[in-house]
Design a binder for this molecule. Sequence first.
Ligand code: NZQ
Ligand code: ZN
Length: 387
Amino acid sequence: MYNFEYKNPVKILFGKGQIAKLKDELPAGTKILMLYGGGSIFKNGVYNQVTEALTGFDVVEFGGIEPNPTYETSMEAVKVVKRENIGFLLSVGGGSVLDATKFIAAASLYEEGDPRDFLKPGKDKVPVQKALPLGSVLTLPATGSEMNGNSVISIRETTEKLAFGSLHVMPKFSVLDPETIFSLPDKQVANGVVDAFVHVIEQYLTFPVDSPLQDRQAEAVLLTLIEEGPKVLANRKDYNASANFMWSATIALNGLLGVGVPQDWATHGIGHELTAYHGIDHARTLAIVLPALMDVKRKQKEAKLLQYGERVWNIREGSVDERIDQAIRKTVEFFESVGIPTRLPDYGVTMDTIERIEKRFAARGTKLGERYDIDAAETRKILEKQL
Ligand code: NZQ
Ligand code: ZN
């Protein structure tokens, strides 16, 4: 196992009725900016629950944060933060609202330049040194953003989707009430299941470093998602399935599974480009990239692919290649069973986009994967498999 440092200061308030506890978590005497998305919180009662809990606090609202949140919208919120002298940010919504909130928290205190500095790819990235405190009420299990320091922001002007991470933007608390997800459309449930699934895979499907605990924890989350995801899809009012799904998605990316082991993140790196150029939902881009990446990297990932096949899908027979083929097939079948297509033509993506991504990665000198061996040319090879 590798050496590691792990710190996760996010307080989780999990379960029915927990939104009411917001009043105990928010700092008294501080002006709060409540941020939300396109309006789902008005339809499912979350807005009412939150505003009730905020009675007596000085609150300003900022709505309209879009899925795949943009730098441009976030900077509008930064203006409000400065104008209103905001001291605490409260995100109410899915991963997009929360990611934007994290960016706004850091951008509001950054005087040294353009906050796009935090998003720059590679060695030009400027680390976040300080940020306003923030908390979240999560309404969509998927990203793990509620218990990590990551944020992914799109820049409309340059058609880029870029990430940053910092301890400074980890939420002080996150409220996870499974009842808030009863209103999710099928598509968002499926997206959440697949996003969480691939988060686990990115920290698991690499090469062995003798880490049986992390491996089994990862497999536990994968198996739970495979079991509980379809239950949520079948019955949106199934509280226990919703709770298990929600907690699985948090555990999938709160950093714990990835400690002491190699991590991949190439599927995400390539997937973000498909969102940048085509606006395809994040999870759907992962469902396209992952099976092809497993195929192209089958030699480098052989031991873990066999372990994944055996422990997650019960694949025990056949040659090495046959077992890996089956593991890939099972993965594709799972994604498609929740309603997510895995081929590029399903999304209208053609060779043209693949070439643009190859060019962009070549210019950036991008090297992805646990061995940093997925470059522009190999990215092209991976994407071509899904044409
Ligand atoms: O905007 P509203 O009206 O709220 O509607 C949203 C949005 O249209 C809706 N929704 C959310 N909760 C709902 C609901 N509809 C009904 N009932 C509810 N309870 O769902 C739509 C999608 O929401 P969004 O927040 O975009 O989805 P998600 O949570 O999947 O977030 C995706 C974003 O997170 C980034 C992705 O790249 C993408 O930009 N990621 C963030 C990560 C992180 N911070 O660690 C890691 C991930 O890998 C991912 O990259
Ligand atoms: Zn993801």
